[in-house]
Design a protein around this ligand. Sequence first.
Ligand SMILES: [Zn+2]
Length: 123
Amino acid sequence: MFGKCFDPTGATYGVPTYPWRYAPDGLATRRQLRARGLRPGGQSIAAQIMRPRYRRGPLVAYLYRVDRAKPVRPMTPGKRAALAKAMCARRTCPNCRADAGYVIPTSLGMCVPCAYPEEQRAA
Ligand SMILES: [Zn+2]
């Protein structure tokens, strides 16, 4: 397809190879998947496209099957709950165990009334 002097740098054998811009429908590069909010999701390379370059190895891009692609980092209910729990822990004072209503400053390590009891009594 590319002549006898074709240098297969970066090319993978054993997968269908198409000329640049002639990728079949249903296949997309990692970049194209990303633009659609998808990722390859562990699937193996379905095909590759190549663009021959003068005096250099061809430019190779791997193609993945769009129907096997997975959404990029979906926010699952479990993940959302874990995040809320982590946020709650950061708001809970380790001294009085109360929800401070704000993230406990790491410099104090506890809520403000616990960190400055004298000022609270004075107030
Ligand atoms: Zn406290």
